[in-house]
Design a protein around this ligand. Structure first.
Ligand SMILES: *[C@@H]1O[C@H](CO)[C@@H](O)[C@H](O)[C@H]1NC(C)=O
Ligand SMILES: *[C@@H]1O[C@H](CO)[C@@H](O)[C@H](O)[C@H]1NC(C)=O
Ligand SMILES: *[C@@H]1O[C@H](CO)[C@@H](O)[C@H](O)[C@H]1NC(C)=O
Length: 467
């Protein structure tokens, strides 16, 4: 008030009556304001406490940034998760891989001391790089969920329910097991979940879980022992739930999320710095392929891809994973991808590859040969228009020898390359899994956060009244 009057008076003196016209509405508002205060005091004195509480609650809800985003995590008996990794060395497929479970499932940290050749990415980003195994998503997600900003212990408050089942580790037990044994744990979990009070709310429509393996492992076609996988997703309870996995082939209640790569930063600054490095990198090779041939897969185009790469007279770098022990070394693999403009991603045993995510991370423009490699899979994470960030060459054309990969890539203008790499760079934060404990303004909208938002959105659609 003290500030208000003198200033206005001064202006009035200077400007004369013309300004009164402008000031009078201000005064009207001022009196209205006083009147409101008066009303509010009356309200405080005479209204009943219950009304006030309702108002207070509404105010709290208005400022609750977690409203509609609360997730409840089931406290499962350990047979559904921890027990499955306890004797990890005993599994054929996990032998020598147990150390990948450390650091929230990111695996051992990569340090400069382990390498004679000092690589650029390690010198600038120490502490963000890990030797991550491609099948660790169940462990990573559970750790990330433990630190999810809107986790609640009150299931009545939650919009979705997370089931921290290590579905993929269960599959690792299958070698030599009959179908009955393979289905046992899933059936056990279905019984456990449907007996819980949380189940009755939406009969599982608000439940979700993560599988660090490809979807087909959980959709066995028949009940013959010779058929691969279990029938988890054919169980009525699991048909009602949402599954996130590294590759889907059903597109009903299954959604694909990125394979975990090697970069797990803690802050936005780390990501920005890495993006800048990717942008500035000089790349010696026009294209590259890191992988192994598939001589036993008649349909595979890998043989053709490799022979075209080898015939390119230095324009293509081939890291042969059949004979080269460095394929399991993140530093060597990232070095090749960082040195290439395009990275070939032909399908392997299944259409998707972990390598796709490693190469995008390195700012290498992916070349796909199958729409199921990315376009039909990771829709939550990639731009709709795939020509913006990738090159597509039909698998058929390669198979019949109709296309020269080198000639096709060399025709792409420098301008288009820059624009595509720019898009690839923008995808990087969306496909990484950042350190679990990052909260506050430094938090990155990473693959986990995007997936959570989409799951919540999906559950909310089930809650809408049917017309
Ligand atoms: C580093 O160099 C030494 C000696 O040249 C060699 O024995 C060792 O195997 C190398 N280590 C790696 C990780 O390449
Ligand atoms: C849930 O309860 C546990 C044990 O009582 C506690 O440690 C944890 O912090 C709680 N979490 C939340 C999000 O309230
Ligand atoms: C799955 O959901 C439907 C309704 O959406 C419900 O009728 C059915 O009982 C549920 N299945 C199980 C096993 O709870």
């Amino acid at each position: 008030m003290e500030k208000f009057n003198p200033r206005k008076n001064k202006i009035v003196e200077k400007q004369g009556p013309k300004l009164w016209l402008a000031i009078s509405p201000t005064l009207v508002f001022y009196f209205l304001y006083l009147f409101q205060i008066n009303q509010f005091v009356t309200y405080l004195l005479f209204s009943d406490k219950a009304t006030l509480n309702i108002l207070l609650k509404a105010k709290q809800e208005g400022t609750d940034t977690c409203a509609g985003r609360y997730i409840y995590m089931h406290n499962l008996p350990s047979r559904f998760n921890d027990d499955l990794i306890k004797n990890c060395e005993a599994y054929i497929e996990l032998r020598n891989k147990c150390n990948f479970l450390v650091n929230s499932g990111f695996g051992p940290r990569i340090s400069n001391d382990d390498h004679n050749q000092t690589t650029q990415f390690l010198t600038t980003e120490t502490g963000s790089w890990y030797s991550t195994n491609q099948f660790m998503l169940e462990v990573i997600f559970r750790e990330k969920m433990r630190h999810y900003g809107c986790l609640t212990n009150d299931s009545s408050l939650s919009s979705a329910v997370f089931v921290p089942f290590y579905a993929g580790f269960d599959v690792r037990l299958f070698w030599g097991y009959n179908v009955k044994q393979r289905d046992e744990l899933g059936e056990d979990l279905a019984r456990w979940l449907s007996g819980r009070p949380e189940w009755r709310r939406m009969y599982g429509r608000d439940h979700f879980f993560v599988a660090g393996r490809v979807g087909r492992d959980f959709r066995r076609l028949s009940d013959q022992d010779s058929d691969w996988g279990n029938k988890l997703l054919r169980l009525p309870e699991f048909e009602n739930m949402t599954m996130l996995s590294i590759e889907t082939n059903s597109w009903s209640n299954e959604f694909a999320v990125p394979y975990p790569s090697y970069f797990h930063p803690k802050s936005e600054i780390d990501v920005k710095r890495w993006q800048r490095q990717v942008r500035m990198k000089q790349r010696r090779f026009l294209f590259s392929f890191v992988g192994a041939p598939r001589p036993n897969l008649k349909e595979s185009i890998r043989g053709e891809v490799i022979s075209q790469c080898l015939a390119s007279q230095g324009k293509c770098k081939f890291l042969n994973c059949e004979t080269n022990k460095y394929c399991g070394d993140p530093v060597k693999v990232m070095d090749v991808f960082q040195d290439s403009v395009f990275c070939l991603q032909p399908p392997g045993d299944t259409p998707t590859r972990r390598s796709t995510f490693d190469s995008i991370l390195a700012g290498c423009i992916p070349v796909f040969f199958n729409r199921d490699s990315v376009y039909n899979q990771y829709k939550w994470f990639f731009p709709k228009d795939h020509t913006k960030y990738s090159v597509y060459i039909s698998e058929e054309d390669v198979k019949i020898g109709k296309v020269s990969i080198e000639n096709l890539l060399i025709m792409i203008s420098e301008e288009r390359i820059l624009s595509m790499r720019n898009e690839v760079e923008k995808i990087i934060p969306k496909i990484i899994y950042t350190k679990p404990k990052v909260v506050g303004p430094d938090k990155i909208e990473d693959a986990f956060e995007i997936a959570m938002a989409r799951v919540l959105e999906r559950v909310s659609l089930f809650k809408m009244p049917r017309i």
